[in-house]
Design a binder for this molecule. Structure first.
Ligand code: ADP
Ligand code: ADP
Length: 230
C-alpha cells in the first residue's frame, strides 16, 4: 500500500515560488488502481513524480509497502526506483535502435541479462499480444504496439508500483481502450498497484481510487469512491 501524508512541493523559478502540492494526504491500497485527475497545472505530475521517487517532497512523507521514501538517501532512492517501480510514459520512451524484446530488457541491461530474464521478457511480450513482434524495432510497430512494449518493460521487474503518465495520450480511443484492458489485466495478475495520471475519466471504473487534485490540494469529496466503502 501507499501512504502519502501531508505532502507539499514548492518549485522555485527565479524569484517566484510555485506551490505545486499544498498538503496532500491519501492512501492507496495494494493491488488497487488509482487515477490522478484534475485540471492542467493542478499538481498531478508532481504527485506522480514524488510517488516514483523521481523527486522529493518539500514536506510530509511517502511510504510504499513500508519503505519510507522520504527517509532514503539519494542512492537508496535511485535503487528503490530502479528495483521496485515501473514507468509508462505518454510518448512510450522506447529506444529506436533496440528491438521490442531488447527494450523490455532495458531495466536489466546494467547487470547483464540472464536466460530466465529473457524468457520472462518473451512471456510478457506474449501476454501483451506481441509474441510475433519480439524482434521488431519501434518504428516497425504501431503506437499501440509500442505502448504494449512499454507496458512489458514496466512490468519486467515485477514492480510493487506501476506509474503511468497519460499512457493513452498519443493513441486513438480504440487503441487506448485496448491499452487499459491490457494494463488492468496484467495489474490484476501480478497484483501490483497502478497509479495513472489522465485527463480521460472514461477509463475509471467504480472500484478505482480517484485522486482529484485542484490547485495542489486533494478534493476529499472525490475519494474514496462509493465502491470502496464497506
Ligand atoms: P499537472 O500535471 O496537473 O499539469 P504539474 O504537477 O505539472 O501539474 O504542475 C503543478 C504546478 O507546478 C504548475 O503550476 C507548474 O507550472 C509547476 N511546475 C511543475 N514543474 C515545475 C518545475 N520543474 N519548475 C517550476 N514549476 C513547476
Ligand atoms: P538518473 O537520474 O539516475 O540518471 P533518471 O531519473 O534519468 O535516472 O531515470 C530513472 C528512471 O526514472 C527511469 O526508469 C526513467 O524512465 C524514469 N524517468 C526519468 N525521467 C522521468 C520523468 N520525467 N517522469 C517519469 N519517469 C521518469
Amino acid at each position: 500500500m501507499i501512504d502519502v501524508l501531508d505532502v507539499t512541493k514548492t518549485y522555485r523559478r527565479g524569484e517566484q515560488q510555485v506551490d505545486a502540492l499544498r498538503g496532500v494526504t491519501c492512501h492507496i491500497p495494494r493491488g488497487s488502481c488509482a487515477f490522478i485527475v484534475g485540471p492542467s497545472g493542478s499538481g498531478k505530475s508532481t504527485l506522480l513524480y514524488l510517488l516514483g521517487a523521481l523527486d522529493r517532497p518539500g514536506g510530509g512523507s511517502i511510504r510504499i509497502e513500508g519503505s519510507d521514501l522520504t527517509a532514503m538517501s539519494e542512492p537508496e532512492l535511485n535503487a528503490y526506483r530502479r528495483d521496485h517501480i515501473g514507468f509508462i510514459f505518454q510518448s512510450f520512451n522506447l529506444i529506436n535502435n533496440l528491438t521490442a524484446i531488447e527494450n523490455v530488457l532495458i531495466p536489466f541491461l546494467p547487470r547483464g541479462i540472464t536466460p530466465e530474464q529473457r524468457e520472462r521478457a518473451e512471456r510478457l511480450l506474449g501476454e501483451v499480444g506481441l509474441g510475433d513482434r519480439t524482434h521488431h524495432r519501434p518504428r516497425q510497430l504501431s503506437g499501440g504496439e509500442q505502448q504494449r512494449v512499454a507496458i512489458a518493460r514496466a512490468l519486467i521487474k515485477d514492480p510493487v508500483l506501476v506509474l503511468a503518465d497519460e499512457p493513452t495520450g498519443e493513441l486513438d480511443s480504440k487503441t487506448g481502450d485496448e491499452i487499459y484492458r491490457i494494463l488492468r489485466r496484467l495489474q490484476a495478475e501480478q497484483s501490483t498497484t497502478l497509479v495513472v495520471v489522465t485527463h480521460d475519466r472514461r477509463f475509471i471504473r467504480p472500484d478505482d481510487i480517484v485522486l482529484e487534485i485542484q490547485d495542489g490540494l486533494l478534493r476529499t469529496d472525490a475519494q474514496p469512491q462509493p465502491g470502496h466503502l464497506a
